[in-house]
Write a protein that binds this ligand. Structure first.
Ligand code: EPZ
Length: 416
């Protein structure tokens, strides 16, 4: 398995281009099966999860052409409504295809996506939402057999503002006869990006970004050229790395407005962050003090996808920080690895108490999931001495050539 070797304790200086958003491009790829016209998608990040989604699309008969960070997708000759287990288990986001395959083919046979490292991740809210649109769904032998021949618009009230369930209902409803209203919808920026993509291929939809989304079904959708939004979680990851290590970095492509919940939790006495002409500039001493209380919440609350990276920042800082993970039940797997680096962290249920001393020591650690792996990179960059991070395939799922991005701003990090 590939590893990162990091020589820590160095400030970071230079420029970073924020990659396209993983959690926007995956549902947008799923949306491509809704139209028979070609779609061109720009700023597609080169990620393992994107490759997995491309494989699922090809298996459905969709052609996928790659030209750098551009993909040309055509579902004109789509010839299957089946997502087999070996493909579905590769990617949690295979579940997004439920709505779009039913929307296009009126039927779907999708293997249960299963849980992952951070929790069980059931899909009961997805299933209830699709059933509210008249889809008949039978769960048998690890598969979901879906009949959408009688699907029509309707009222969908989500028990919880699930990002994926909101996206799945949007994808099913855009071609369903009649009007759909989604109540208690998730408000993440990636849902606005999906709405913008759907509008660009001719869907009638409004309200994304609020908890109420209105959709009027249309009979046919067209083609488009669309650029994916920047990845706000990557942006937050880089900001926390600089805040932990010190230095001065200019980030292009990111949007400050999408990470206010993080910015208000970064120590202003040691770190200055400003936005100028579409660039975000961070200047940091690398001696943060952190005595914050963090509670992960649905957007616009503090994002669960930055919780692990924030724990790394708090571990490198001086002070006691309390982090509560409200979204996923198993998202502290980075804590035992951070403890190996010399920080005092105790976890009880969903609450981690981090007593940072301002010092971390390099150690041999293992990435257990995507964002936990990114947290260990931040900690390794801030630590004294050498850190070896094993099983970095997790990191490749969400960060495009992370070692290249960080080396370009002065980090001593190599992939072996
Ligand atoms: C999306 O996952 C993101 N993934 C996750 O990012 C992100 O952490 C999450 O939203 C929350 O923001 C993509 O967009 C590809 P949810 P999703 O449905 O849609 C429970 C990353 O690191 N739930 O909002 O799966 C669920 O178990 C990834 O980039 C049900 O109980 O998240 C969880 O506890 C990780 N039943 C909570 O809701 C359901 O039917 C939030 O899940 C659906 C969800």
């Amino acid at each position: 398995m590939s590893k990162y070797i990091i020589e820590g304790g160095r400030p970071l200086f230079g420029n970073v281009d924020v990659q396209g958003a993983k959690n926007a491009v995956l549902p947008i790829f799923a949306a491509c099966v809704l139209t028979e016209s070609d779609v061109v998608i720009r700023r597609v990040p080169d990620l393992a999860d994107v490759v997995s989604m491309e494989n699922i699309l090809r298996n459905l008969g969709v052609t996928v052409k790659k030209e750098g960070d551009v993909r040309i997708l055509s579902a004109k000759n789509m010839n299957s409504d089946n997502i087999p287990n070996d493909l579905a288990k590769e990617l949690r986001s295979s579940v997004f295809l439920l709505g779009s395959v039913i929307g296009r083919m009126k039927r779907a046979r999708v293997a249960y996506p299963g849980g992952c490292d951070i929790g069980l991740r059931p899909i009961d809210i997805h299933i209830k939402g699709l059933r509210d649109l008249g889809v008949i769904i039978e769960e048998r032998a690890g598969y979901l057999f879906c009949d959408g021949t009688k699907m029509r618009g309707g009222e969908v009230i989500l028990d919880y503002p699930s990002v994926g369930a909101t996206e799945n209902v949007m994808l099913a409803a855009v071609l369903a006869k009649g009007d759909t209203i989604v109540r208690n919808a998730a408000r993440e920026p990636e849902i606005i990006d999906l709405q913008n993509f759907l509008l660009s291929i001719g869907a009638q939809i409004k309200g994304a970004g609020t908890s109420e989304i209105h959709i009027r079904g249309v009979s046919k959708l067209g083609g488009t050229e669309f650029t994916v939004m920047p990845d706000r979680i990557c942006l937050g990851t880089w900001l926390l790395a600089v805040a932990s290590c010190g230095g001065e970095v200019v980030l292009s492509g990111g949007r400050k407005a999408e990470i206010y919940s993080l910015l208000c939790k970064i120590d202003k006495s040691s770190c200055h962050i400003q936005e100028e002409n579409g660039m975000i500039i961070i200047k940091a001493s690398g001696m943060p003090v952190c005595s914050e209380r963090i509670s992960t919440r649905p957007y616009p609350g503090f994002p669960t996808d930055l919780q692990a990276q924030y724990c790394a920042y708090a571990s490198a800082a001086r002070g006691t920080c309390v982090v509560t993970e409200n979204i996923f039940e198993n998202r502290f797997r980075h804590v035992p690895e951070l403890i190996k680096m010399g920080v005092d962290i105790t976890v009880r249920d969903r609450v981690a108490v981090i007593k940072g001393t301002g010092y971390l020591n390099g150690a041999e650690v293992t990435a257990r999931d995507l964002r936990g792996g990114a947290a260990l990179v931040i900690a390794g960059l801030a630590a004294r001495g050498r850190t070896v991070i094993d099983d970095i395939r997790h990191i490749d799922r969400g960060y495009e050539a992370m070692e290249k991005t960080l080396s370009n701003i002065g980090a001593k990090i190599v992939r072996v």
